[in-house]
Design a protein around this ligand. Structure first.
Ligand code: WT7
Length: 566
């Protein structure tokens, strides 16, 4: 039996063209992710293979073959076309993890739209910011979420279509229509729009320190590296049953919850339900999950429930475990070895990178607490923040930087090319995180290099929260910072000064928390509000979050010389 190539083997003579060859793509050909994840596999004899097994919290189940993916995404694509939606227009998917989300993703790409997935727990303000910035033409949603969209219609004249996948016989309003994918006549053939490698594909909004979230613009060529990283790092093989916990509202849920695994022709299982340890193990046992891509917050929650619960379920088919989104602490790796008999393999990447950058490659020694080494074809380093040149020697903390040019790198931020260009220095793409590299070439994460809050693997931008806080009638000024949390790593804490004559109390704290939860999302909701008489500011009046954050983490407050005296 041929042995699996090692990391070192893969590094030798690496070229992305390897993935192009495996996918049968030649320069000059059209390239369409929707077609690659369905039609191509059917042509290769996988038409009857199970592509998706979907289950919800109530136990309802639906199963789709690759031929079903092909036909139902055709049907979806033809429907969008029939509404007059043009290639290049933005089509937002605003749904729970229902099958229509997955089929709509492929269908939207097939007809040439730019697919904009948004997390269904977003409130009206978060939704508005992203639909307005993207100039979105159509939103596909469910009845349970449509109220949030209806509130915004007056402010979104360009949003011509609100498409409900579960309209039923219920009343519809202006601009609304129903799309019952399973009842429409099946569209057996559909000519995918001849998108090229550089045609925009997916638009994911991601938070930064300043300003509102930015639209990370992916292109169809991302397929090349999403396919290969899924194959090599998730170690996907033809008989696998693969489970990715992530919601396609975030990049993990599209790169590795749709594109990577399906381009590899692998069966995926989806559980449309919140976290519950017992339910998760039961689901994995019943579905015979072999490869699992999860996140540190979920792993820490499972850890809390102990390894006895793991042993009550037959997880003998589980073969490979990976993690992403936040630092995977060494204890979690050690625990998974004890509980599942195998370690979680940490992977590091971002919305902007589109695919994994630094990974614990299968077969490579796992050093608990380390993110591993750069994927073959990825040139990474850590830069000295003073010189922006790679650190000499090992073990020194610097800025994680990647040489541009890998296939799934975004091509820009929507409407904000200047913002994207600011992420490059001396020919390196700067991720905005700090790490060190040890003598064996392993990367060790240290922290973010900005004020973005990472809560349970989800980035939330302080600016978006502060802007929403200022809309509350009692709030005069605000600062949102991270506060350490044993499970979610970080949660949002808000510092607030109140308008004259308003006194703080517990009711007001709760009211403001709820205000943010509804406007933005449960993720962005501060877990604590500290009312204060003043906020630390620079002499020019800019609020300095760095100091508030340092206090929360019990870290030194750094240089205070440029501050106004409090
Ligand atoms: C940020 C990117 C990539 C998919 C999910 C998040 C943090 C990501 C790790 C890791 C430590 C990590 C970084 C990064 N992050 N993976 N393995 N160890 N931190 O995508 O929302 O764009 O967030 O998440 O800070 O920059 P994203």
């Amino acid at each position: 039996m041929a042995t699996t190539p090692t990391y070192e083997d893969r590094l030798k003579d690496f070229s992305w063209s390897l993935a192009e060859q495996e996918l049968g793509y030649r320069k000059g050909d059209p390239l369409n992710i929707g077609w690659h994840c369905s039609d191509r596999l059917c042509r290769q004899g996988l038409a009857d293979k199970t592509a998706l097994v979907w289950e919800d919290f109530s136990g309802a189940t639906k199963t789709y073959t690759f031929d079903d993916l092909r036909v139902l995404s055709n049907t979806f694509a033809a429907h969008l076309q029939g509404l007059g939606i043009q290639p290049g227009e933005r089509v937002c998917l605003f749904m729970d993890r229902v099958p229509e989300l997955y089929l709509g993703f492929l269908g939207g790409l097939k007809m040439g739209a730019v697919v904009q997935p948004l997390f269904s727990a977003f409130g009206a303000d978060s939704l508005w910011t992203r639909l307005d910035d993207a100039g979105t033409t159509a939103i596909v949603t469910q009845r349970k979420h449509v109220a949030k969209v209806r509130k915004l219609l007056d402010k979104l004249p360009q949003l011509r279509h609100v498409i409900l996948v579960d309209a039923g016989d219920g009343p519809l309003r202006e601009r609304e229509s129903g799309l019952d994918l399973h009842a429409l006549p099946r569209v057996e053939t559909f000519d995918a729009h001849p998108t090229g490698p550089e045609t925009p594909s997916v638009l994911h909004y991601t938070s930064g320190t300043t300003g509102q979230p930015k639209g990370a613009q992916h292109v169809h060529y991302s397929l090349i590296s999403q396919y290969l990283t899924a194959k090599w790092v998730l170690d996907l093989r033809p008989d696998d049953v693969y489970w990715c916990n992530a919601d396609p509202g975030w990049v993990t849920g599209t790169s590795y919850g749709i594109i990577g695994p399906w381009a590899n022709g692998v069966t995926q299982v989806v559980l449309d339900s919140g976290f519950n340890a017992e339910k998760w193990y039961d689901f994995m046992a019943r579905r015979g999950v072999t490869v699992w891509y999860s996140a540190p917050t979920a792993i820490r929650l499972l850890m809390r429930e102990g390894s006895d619960l793991v042993r009550k379920h037959d997880l003998s088919r589980l073969r490979h475990l990976c993690s992403v989104g936040e630092p995977l602490n060494a204890e979690a790796v050690v625990w998974s070895q004890e509980a599942f008999g195998k370690p979680f393999h940490d992977t590091y990447w971002q919305t902007e990178t589109g695919c994994m950058m630094i990974t614990n490659f299968p077969g490579m020694k796992v050093k608990p607490g380390s993110m591993g080494k750069p994927f073959p074809g990825i040139t990474a380093t850590v830069l000295d923040p003073n010189t922006n040149l790679p650190h000499e020697g090992t073990g020194r903390v610097g800025l994680i930087a990647i040489r541009p040019g890998w296939p799934s790198q975004i091509r820009g931020y929507w409407n904000n090319q200047a913002g994207y260009e600011r992420k490059f220095v001396n020919g390196w793409y700067i991720c905005g995180d700090r790490a060190s590299i040890d003598a064996d070439g392993y990367y060790w994460f240290v922290g973010r290099d900005d004020d973005v809050i990472n809560t349970g693997g989800h980035l939330v931008g302080p600016f978006e929260i502060e802007s929403a806080l200022l809309e509350h009638p009692a709030v005069a000024e605000s600062a949102a910072v991270a506060k350490p949390d044993p499970v979610n790593m970080e949660v949002v804490k808000a510092f607030v000064t109140l308008k004259p004559g308003i006194a703080p109390d517990d009711d007001l704290e709760l009211e403001i928390m709820n205000f943010i939860r509804k406007k933005l999302s449960p993720l962005a909701m501060p877990q604590e509000i500290e009312f204060t008489d003043s906020l630390p500011k620079t002499r020019s009046g800019k609020i300095v979050r760095r100091i508030l954050r340092a206090r929360e983490f019990g870290e030194p407050e750094g240089d205070l010389s440029t501050l106004m005296s409090e």
